[in-house]
Design a protein around this ligand. Structure first.
Ligand code: SAM
Ligand code: SF4
Length: 350
């Protein structure tokens, strides 16, 4: 697996001070414009690559950011440079009143994109309220099209519900694109490749394979379990020629279409082809911790400040300072240098 060549030049030392106005930047000059906000650490699935089969105590309700706190923080983030917000979890659709929150956030001036990442289990009934609330983009996670394998990976018998949810969301064209994310694992995903490719030809979905990362709560990840995006791309290309699309510079996925299909296929390759040098993401956990990398080993408590009565100015200074110190890159492929984060994916917000 590849270690990303260092193409970033340090523009300020770790100890130096960030600019107190202008865009939200780190000391390598990356502009942080994409904020992932976790609404809960709870989930109604228990995906093998994310949560343990049992256990993992939930955060107490009182420890979760309220909708008022979330809105205040997102307004501030947008004022200082964030352009895109993605709501995630845990499973964000478990948060009561989600459409109300989406309507509130959708009204924030300067926020160019508001999206939701969900396992799709509740979409059949939520699609209409989400569309009416003004949701404009969605990602649905789906790793297999086979009922038994779905049950094995999520530890829930729910494939039919997720497929129904996808069908339902298609009825609301204001929610676009519909992205379908599949975690690619060696020994599991190989036989899913062509069925997913066929789905992307037949349906208007953007299907993206994401390499399995060491964020599983069980801590059993190893490099041999990663099925690389390039391996998958070659299998699909041998089946039907793929045509490369021009991606945005900050896009994490390499995207393709078929000459005779209506959807897209994408590859997100954080392990085999890290994209840290163009990373524009930061994360806010459900309990109000700012994390500057999926693999951060420390976080910055915005919740603590909020509840201590901090002003927006105090919050902004803390955010700018944390973002300034954003990690250069992850160390997944660097053996002993890699330190597992203290939270698993469902507790961070993927
Ligand atoms: N529950 C929602 C869902 O599954 O879409 C949102 C939260 S989930 C943590 C967000 C995304 O992270 C999902 O697409 C999931 O497949 C992905 N994910 C979770 N654990 C992962 C891992 N170890 N490696 C790669 N992707 C992972
Ligand atoms: Fe839940 Fe999403 Fe994690 Fe699966 S990936 S256990 S659906 S949070």
């Amino acid at each position: 697996m590849a270690v990303e060549p260092l193409v970033l030049v340090e523009k300020g030392a770790l100890t130096s001070e960030p600019p107190q106005s202008g865009p939200l930047v780190d000391r390598f000059g990356r502009h942080l414009e994409d904020l992932r906000v976790s609404l809960t650490d709870r989930c109604n699935f228990r995906c093998l690559y994310c949560m343990p089969e049992e256990g993992l105590p939930w955060m107490p309700d009182a420890q979760l950011l309220t909708f008022d706190e979330i809105e205040r923080l997102i307004r501030l983030f947008v004022e200082i440079g964030v352009r895109e917000v993605r709501l995630t979890g845990g499973e964000p659709t478990l948060r009561a009143g989600l459409p109300d929150l989406i309507a509130r956030l959708g009204a924030i001036r300067g926020l160019e994109s508001l999206s939701l990442t969900t396992n799709g289990f509740l979409l059949k009934h939520l699609s209409r309220p989400l569309a009416e609330a003004g949701l404009t983009r969605i990602n649905v996670s789906l790793d297999t099209l086979v009922t038994e394998k779905f049950e094995r990976i999520t530890r829930r018998d729910a494939l039919h519900r997720v497929l129904e949810g996808l069908e339902e969301i298609e009825r609301y064209p204001s929610i676009w694109p519909i992205k379908v994310n599949a975690v690619a694992m060696r020994g599991f995903t190989e036989e899913e490749i062509i069925p997913f490719a066929e789905l992307a030809r037949r349906k208007p979905y953007h299907i993206r394979f994401i390499e399995f990362m060491p964020l599983d709560a069980d801590g059993t990840w190893n490099n041999d379990q990663v099925l690389s995006g390039e391996e998958i791309r070659q299998v699909i290309h041998a089946w039907r020629p793929l045509v490369r699309l021009q991606d945005d510079t900050s896009s994490t996925s390499r995207n393709y279409v078929f000459e005779d299909g209506i959807g897209r296929i994408g590859f997100i390759n954080p392990v085999s082809e890290p994209f840290c040098s163009t990373c524009n993401r930061i994360r806010l956990t459900a309990d109000g911790q700012l994390r500057t990398c999926l693999f951060s080993v420390e976080d910055t408590s915005l919740m603590g400040l909020l509840r201590a009565g901090a002003s927006n100015g105090d919050l902004e200074r803390t955010i700018r300072s944390a973002v300034w110190r954003k990690e250069l890159k992850h160390h997944i492929n660097e053996g002993a240098f890699f330190v597992r984060p203290n939270r698993s994916m469902s507790q961070i917000g993927g």
